[in-house]
Design a protein around this ligand. Sequence first.
Ligand SMILES: NC(=O)c1ccc[n+]([C@@H]2O[C@H](COP(=O)([O-])OP(=O)(O)OC[C@H]3O[C@@H](n4cnc5c(N)ncnc54)[C@H](OP(=O)(O)O)[C@@H]3O)[C@@H](O)[C@H]2O)c1
Length: 251
Amino acid sequence: MQKAVLVTGANRGLGLELIRQLSQAERPPRYLFAACREPEGARGRDLKNLAKCVSNIKIVKMDVDDLDSIQASAEEIQKVLKNDGLNLVINNAGININGGLNEVTPEIMMKTHKTNVVGPMMVTKAFLPALLKAAHQSDEPGLSSKKAAVINMSSIMGSVESFNIEHGKAYAYRISKAALNMVTKCLTNELTPHGILCASVHPGWVKTDMGGEKAPLTKEESIQGLIRVLSKLSDNDNGSFLDWRGERILW
Ligand SMILES: NC(=O)c1ccc[n+]([C@@H]2O[C@H](COP(=O)([O-])OP(=O)(O)OC[C@H]3O[C@@H](n4cnc5c(N)ncnc54)[C@H](OP(=O)(O)O)[C@@H]3O)[C@@H](O)[C@H]2O)c1
């Protein structure tokens, strides 16, 4: 297991479930940084309750739309880590404002792009020194999420090659996840020589506030699968797009 992991959007849905399952792993990370934008409000309650029972969960305030907030959380986390690096960044925070051509507006496009694309990029940039440190300190051979990795929570809705209208029109969301996949590719190109693995993942269609009640998968099932996939990532998976079962998804 990794020594230090960061999950964004960790106060509900898949982010909270990631923190919950990682904290209960046989060998949990020494530091589990659970980032959310309102830790003090009602939205942070479930995460705070979980953190009360688990000593390795550190809640950090981070709005991925706000560069100052990202940088402040990077400084806070580095203070906790001292000379240690950060092994795994999971860019999970995301929004989905549904709608087709009739509904979509420039504002919806820009807002979705900011959270789903610019956010993960700026988070990765802010935590790059900590990721590089982890890669440098590790004696793991090859690339892995144990050593240093950036995982972008994408969606099959962002796949151009397996476009399926039954998944919904969702222009802004689809386009943002396709762009996020390109972020994964660009990061892979730049970070591989430094020992940092990058991948996009699709968690399946999951019952959360975003996925809705009709979704076939529970958070528990999806995250169990994803954690298994993350734990097995190697050089062969670098720069790939995988689902929660470890199956490749067409770009
Ligand atoms: N559920 C699915 O079926 C499904 C399928 C494919 C991909 N995904 C992806 O999986 C990820 C998690 O989805 P989910 O189903 O758990 O969604 P969710 O239940 O709607 O939760 C979204 C999370 O993102 C956070 N967030 C949104 N904007 C943020 C910002 N600006 N800064 C920080 N945090 C922010 C939310 O925090 P607040 O509480 O503060 O709003 C919340 O914690 C998303 O990237 C989503 O696109 C989900």
